[in-house]
Design a protein around this ligand. Structure first.
Ligand code: SAM
Length: 442
């Protein structure tokens, strides 16, 4: 049952479409995934998401958790409407950009942006809520681009410590979640007019706090998964009038069924996806002082005797800078080395680029994130292909036995896609899959 106050609030906005809109909120949600360019997948597709090159609808919702390819980062289960971010990026941004995804967990839009930026750009993917930042980091590592720094900071940390830095800031704001009504009954139970007001105020606070980190002339993408105008159009108007920006238009195709107001609404009775709102704005141009980038803390170099070996594990070793954090060697884009070193002095960085090796005695052992990375040079390890049952046992962190295989570190794959490492010690293998990522259902 939809809350009566919600129907009253939305009625003027929907006019004659109110009935079909409300009916669509009682229907089953649409299932869609976005595939990673590291995989060539063959799922039971039910058509393309028209505004996103790698987005696909599925006929039904499979039990994704039992598909090893999900855990290998071959695709991300993402609601179709929010993939519209890709269409906006194609229209309004260049790939050699510095992008901040401010409210990023669990990482749907961040994995999309990281794929879109590829080798050319850099993404800072931030989450303020501590319990959510680890799933964000996990999803980023599984996606495997290595062009992302995951941070755990308040919006004001960016505005105050990093003025005029980013070419693009995405604020996918926490909201009253009306667009989630048919996916999540909790969203219906928790909805109230008071909560709408509270969310709208919090969204304005977030926008004000982060605003100064966006360069003049830079792009602000503001989105929510809610329908009401207080959190959507009113806040877009707030950005235009109080913060100082112009609204941008992106080309649409009529058959997408997207409703253009001050921004774009995805209403489920018209568009194939869940409820979503997004607006694109350009911050007014003005003369500004670019932020001085200097790495203030000296970074620890990887031990020389290991560096050569670590670099042989990468397909394009020259594209990566390496540094040591405790026992771990991490790789991050060499073209952004100075900036990333600088960011680590200003922000709480949870993960940077991807982990390559871990010092065990004198020589390095590969880290799990290496197996997920797109730049991983797979042939440097002996690969063992696993059956579905064995792959799931591995992903549950169970002990597995591999008979007649060489001793030492082995790369385990499923349908030729790396799942992670194990160490064969003869009578059994030490399972090196990260414990905190293991599948918990049987
Ligand atoms: N962008 C994500 C994605 O595509 O997977 C979804 C983000 S969700 C709509 C909003 C996020 O904002 C949540 O992860 C939430 O923890 C975070 N958040 C909550 N309060 C916040 C605040 N005051 N400032 C910034 N982010 C906040």
């Amino acid at each position: 049952m939809l809350p009566l106050d919600f129907i009253d609030l939305i009625e003027p906005q929907m006019g004659l479409e109110l009935d079909s809109f409300c009916r669509s909120l009682q229907q089953e949600p649409v299932t869609s995934v976005r595939i990673n360019d590291k995989a060539d997948l063959n799922l039971p597709w039910a058509g393309r998401v028209p505004w996103c090159q790698d987005g696909w609808y599925l006929h039904e919702r499979p039990q994704f958790t039992l598909d090893p390819l999900l855990h290998a980062g071959c695709y991300y289960v993402q609601e179709a409407s929010s993939m519209f971010v890709e269409h906006i990026l194609n229209t309004c941004l260049k790939p050699d950009s510095l992008v901040l995804d401010l409210c990023a967990a669990p990482g749907g839009k961040s994995t999309l942006i990281s794929q879109w930026l590829g080798h050319e750009g850099l993404l800072v993917s931030n989450e303020v809520v501590r319990q959510r930042v680890f799933i964000l980091s996990e999803n980023i590592q599984k996606w495997g681009n290595g062009n992302t720094v995951v941070t755990h900071n308040r919006p004001a940390d960016f505005g105050q410590r990093l003025p005029n830095l980013f070419d693009c800031v995405l604020v996918d704001a926490p909201c009253s979640g009306e667009g989630m009504f048919r996916k999540d009954t909790k969203a219906v139970d928790e909805w109230s007019l008071r909560n709408v007001e509270m969310c709208a105020r919090r969204q304005q606070d977030i926008l004000m706090d982060v605003w100064d980190t966006l360069k003049p002339g830079g792009l602000l993408i503001y989105s929510t998964c809610t329908f009401n105008q207080k959190e959507d159009e009113d806040n877009t108007r707030f950005i235009i009038e109080h913060l100082g920006a112009d609204l941008l238009h992106v080309p649409l195709q009529k058959e997408w069924g997207i409703t253009e107001t001050l921004g774009y609404h995805f209403y489920p009775h018209k568009t194939r996806g869940e409820g979503f709102y997004i607006a694109v704005l350009r911050k007014h141009e003005e003369h500004y002082q670019p932020l001085k980038i200097r790495g203030e803390k000296k970074k620890t170099a990887v031990p020389v005797e290991c560096e050569q070996e670590l670099r042989t594990w990468l397909k394009h070793p020259d594209e990566w800078a390496l540094r040591q954090e405790d026992r771990f060697s991490i790789a991050y884009p060499v073209r952004y080395k100075e900036l990333i070193d600088f960011l680590s002095t200003r922000l709480t960085c949870i993960s940077t680029g991807f982990g390559v090796g871990e010092m065990r005695g004198k020589s390095p052992a590969p880290q799990h994130a290496l197996a997920m990375a797109k730049d991983f040079c797979q042939d440097k390890f002996t690969s063992i292909s696993l059956s579905l049952d064995k792959a799931l046992a591995y992903l549950r962190c169970e002990a597995i036995t591999l008979t007649d295989q060489p001793f030492g570190v082995l790369l385990l794959t499923y349908q030729d896609i790396p799942l992670g490492f194990a160490k064969n010690i003869g009578n059994h293998c030490n399972n090196l899959y990260p414990k905190e990522w293991r599948i918990r259902i049987l």
